[in-house]
Design a protein around this ligand. Structure first.
Ligand code: SF4
Length: 459
């Protein structure tokens, strides 16, 4: 598909909900819309096509989508009165789970795309224009991967950090989660395609690649006679000229194998910052969640990772108020948080996801108790985040500079722990890794000063 000439181009707006994967997918959808002749807009006002890229993880996800669609219905009617057309699509996990229902309940919707079908957006658009209302809900992940190879992600000028899809889907079936139903079984993208994408990004100036998927450390690909794991992929990607940093998200503790821990130890490009969700510190709750490990398994795993790479910092996801969670179970979660210590975390109240085993349970927890537990957990996690940032003051950290700051002469980069750091300097900092002495913490970022002017090149 060729880009349309400028004069004929319309406006496209992708509204993203939810996780990092969705942010990446939204960028992908935006790029495909550009190829189809719709320049990206910042809002619905001057868009000719609007795509809601939905998420099923957060509370009341479907209701939020219907409320957005209500507003789009009004806008579409206003446009029609002016003789203009507005095309509305719904994508993402809610689309996958409730596509038929969305088409039935919301006549404003012109097409629905599940998470594995974004590459078919031009076909969906054409059918919508012809008066059909298609729903693409199949799990054709290999086609999606092929499309990524044939129509690679566009990056912004001077983009320093980029996401790279390496894996889709999940086989774990945690009893609170819809991902195995909405994204399908685990499937890994071909290693040579990933390497080629990272090489292309690096030649365009990208210095940091974050490998993404629902369960990235389950990566396995055997298409060339050998089996590639995530550790193998890291060894290969760390050798790509220009790539200084490698990250990955998100992962399951069960798939954290020795080779991957060794990669954290041996490859300086693999950042010592790991998002490894534990969800709960209670063995009874972990069992009920079908996490297939205990809280002590998690503690021992963290000990092994820290033994291999002592400067590793951690982040996690937590769910409070899973059905059956007692006060003691919750105390066990607080104990695990104190034992491990997290640099940053995401925490949520449990909410029922239709079709998951957790949603069927009779022993749901009162909303008030969930609220109180979440507040207590978040206070503890926030105190750990603040303490972690405070402990960085006086240290010298490697910072990869990404962009100018808000004030003249200020530049912003990230530490290995993804903390944002503001430094006075010049534009030549952008895209380089420099030693920075952390001077003080701010509320959302750190402030520091350059230690030397030579780039520190990660091997
Ligand atoms: S491992 Fe993650 S994506 Fe997979 S089912 Fe569990 S929570 Fe969902």
């Amino acid at each position: 598909m060729r880009d349309k000439p400028t004069a004929e181009r319309g406006g496209g707006y992708v509204k993203s909900f939810g996780c990092q994967m969705n942010v990446y997918d939204s960028a992908r959808i935006g790029g495909l819309l550009e190829t189809a002749g719709f320049d990206q807009r910042d809002g619905v006002e001057d868009a000719d096509i609007v795509v809601l890229n939905t998420c099923h993880i957060r509370e009341k996800a479907a209701e939020k989508v219907y409320s957005e669609l209500g507003q789009l219905r009004v806008l579409k009617a206003e446009r029609a009165a002016q003789g203009r057309k507005l095309v509305v699509g719904v994508a993402g996990c809610v689309a996958q789970a409730e596509g038929d229902e969305i088409l039935k309940r919301a006549p404003v919707v012109d097409f629905v795309l599940g998470p594995q079908a974004y590459h078919r957006i031009d076909e969906a658009l054409a059918r919508a224009r012809a008066g059909e209302r298609p729903f693409y809900g199949e799990f054709e992940t290999s086609e999606k991967f092929r499309d990524l190879r044939e129509r690679p992600m566009r990056i912004a000028p001077r983009q320093i950090s980029a996401f790279v899809t390496v894996q889709e889907g999940c086989d774990k079936f945690c009893s609170f989660c819809v991902v195995p139903y909405t994204r399908g079984a685990e499937i890994s993208r071909a290693a040579p395609d990933i390497v080629a994408e990272v090489e292309r990004l690096a030649s365009d100036g990208v210095r940091e690649a974050t490998l993404i998927g629902q369960n990235v450390n389950a990566y396995r690909w055997s298409g060339d006679g050998r089996t590639w794991t995530l550790a193998d992929l890291f060894s290969r990607l760390a050798a790509v000229p220009g790539i200084a940093r490698l990250r990955y998200t998100t992962s399951h503790p069960l798939d954290m194998d020795e080779a991957l821990i060794a990669a954290h130890r041996d490859l300086s490009a693999v950042m010592p910052y790991l998002h490894l969700p534990v969800q709960s510190g209670s063995d009874a709750v972990l069992r009920a969640m079908n996490r297939r490990h205990t809280s002590d398994d998690y503690r021992r795993l963290i000990d092994r990772i820290r033994a291999a790479r002592p400067d590793t910092a951690l982040s996690s996801d937590f769910i409070v108020g899973f059905p059956g969670e007692t006060g003691q179970d919750f105390q066990d979660t607080l104990r695990l948080v104190r034992d491990v210590g997290f640099a940053s975390s995401f925490s949520f109240k449990y909410s029922r996801r239709p079709g998951t085993p957790g949603a069927e349970r009779a022993d749901q927890i009162e909303e008030q108790a969930k609220k109180e537990r979440l507040a207590e957990l978040q206070a503890l996690l926030e105190s750990q985040r603040v303490a972690f940032n405070a402990a960085c003051v006086g240290r010298t950290l490697d910072v990869l500079f990404e962009k100018p700051g808000r004030h003249a002469g200020q530049f912003v980069g990230r530490t290995p722990y993804l903390q944002s750091v503001q430094v006075d300097g010049s534009a030549s900092l952008i895209g380089t890794v420099r030693r920075v002495r952390i001077a003080r913490p701010g509320s959302n970022s750190l402030f520091g000063e350059l230690v030397d002017m030579d780039e520190r090149v990660a091997s």
